[in-house]
Ligand binder design. Structure first.
Ligand SMILES: CC(C)(COP(=O)(O)OP(=O)(O)OC[C@H]1O[C@@H](n2cnc3c(N)ncnc32)[C@H](O)[C@@H]1OP(=O)(O)O)[C@@H](O)C(=O)NCCC(=O)NCCSC(=O)CCC(=O)c1ccccc1C(=O)O
Length: 335
């Protein structure tokens, strides 16, 4: 038998831990979201039978291991030891984590890896340090074609990243400390959930610096905060505090800066003990109407994915391979 690589071993450990975390009650302090309007309900539900059986998720710090086989320079790519969480950190704090084309290319590779790793169930996107999540495209590298690394033709390759996050069949959580502005603001909006630190600042700067995002940056924003507020945010290009952003529906919760990662990891753990297939389909379902044909394709692709795992789906393939007519008669025509 071929020896198991370190990567495969890591992956196996994460899958086993996911099962263990589900069946073993892990009693610890309940998730407390000071700003959550449903805190009372959340606290009450801790006494129901689900919580008696499953307990609370652990609030222990995650232990991160670099998953950097691809030698990144502009990002840090990590996976939590023993649990299904990946973390992608934009690592240009001296530029307030502005992205250049290389940064985006590296993020795309890391997201691809996290998608393909079956032991990963949730991905955190964040920025290095506490001053910025991301300040958008690196203006020093902006050319008339878009953003270009030295000797390259310019492009707007962050648009590919936005589509990748939107279609990725696992939840992506933006963990925001400091500025999330310009294209950085669009990135957090494209993520499925946003957990903000109390020092977070949100806003679009495009109209001030001669740029705009008329794609997801406009349509998703309008869905999140409503058409009037979206116009305000783009036309005036003001900045908003974390609490204003929470009131507007731009973020899921706001926590003290020193609890940002703990809270985010706790949300990841809560997601991880739920059904991966349910989460996968819900993500595509929640995007489907807005994403039109692409949304339908994503949702329907999930149906095919599940169908391939059924006896009925398999009978068609097996019959074809055995050069015989398929026998679908044993499968009921359900009402
Ligand atoms: C983020 C700030 C508000 C932070 O202010 P402050 O804390 O005072 O720090 P500074 O001293 O300003 O900055 C420190 C240092 O970082 C450099 N820097 C910061 N942001 C950028 C940036 N975006 N590009 C290049 N460099 C940046 C800054 O120059 C300083 O360097 P020094 O050498 O120390 O002087 C503030 O920094 C700020 O307002 N930054 C600019 C924000 C901005 O306008 N971003 C660009 C918006 S446009 C965009 O992101 C387009 C993205 C895109 O590709 C796109 C294209 C097409 C469709 C959609 C999109 C999309 O939106 O994604």
């Amino acid at each position: 038998m071929a020896p198991i690589s370190e990567k495969e071993l890591d992956s196996m450990k994460r899958r086993v831990a996911a099962v263990a975390n589900h069946v073993n009650p892990l009693f610890s302090t309940p998730a407390s979201s000071s700003s959550s309007p449903i805190i009372g309900l959340h606290a009450t539900s801790m006494r129901d039978s689900y919580h008696r059986i499953h307990g609370q998720v652990s609030t222990a710090e995650a232990s991160w291991k670099i998953a950097d086989e691809q030698q990144f320079t502009d990002i840090i790519y990590e996976k939590a030891v023993g649990e299904g969480i990946a973390k992608i950190t934009i690592n240009r704090p001296e530029r307030r984590n502005a992205f250049r084309p290389l940064t985006v290319k590296e993020m795309i590779r890391a997201f691809d890896d996290a998608r393909d790793d079956t032991s990963i169930g949730v991905i955190i996107l964040t920025g290095k340090g506490t001053q910025a999540f991301c300040s958008g495209g690196d203006q020093a590298l902006r050319t008339k074609d878009g953003y270009a690394d030295p000797n390259d033709t310019g492009r707007l390759n962050v648009l590919d990243l936005q589509v990748q996050i939107r279609r990725l069949p696992k939840p992506v959580i933006a963990m925001v400390a400091g500025y999330a502005v310009g294209g950085g603001h669009v990135l957090h909006m494209v993520c499925d959930l946003t957990i903000a630190a109390d020092n977070a600042v949100f806003g679009q700067t495009g109209p001030k610096v001669g740029s705009f995002d008329g794609g997801y940056g406009s349509s998703i924003m309008s869905r999140l905060i409503g058409p009037k507020k979206a116009r305000e945010m783009w036309f005036l290009a003001r900045f908003y505090s974390a609490s204003e952003a929470e009131r507007m529906g731009l973020v899921n919760t706001v926590v003290p800066l020193d609890r940002l990662e703990q809270e985010t990891v706790q949300w990841c753990r809560e997601i991880l003990r739920n059904s991966p297939t349910a989460i996968r389909i819900l993500k595509s379902a929640l995007n489907a109407v807005d994403d039109g044909h692409a949304g339908l394709q994503e949702l329907a692709g999930n149906a095919t994915h599940i169908f391939y795992r059924t006896e009925e789906g398999n009978e068609g393939k097996t019959a074809y391979m055995e050069r015989r007519p398929p026998d679908f008669s044993r499968f009921p025509r359900l009402p």
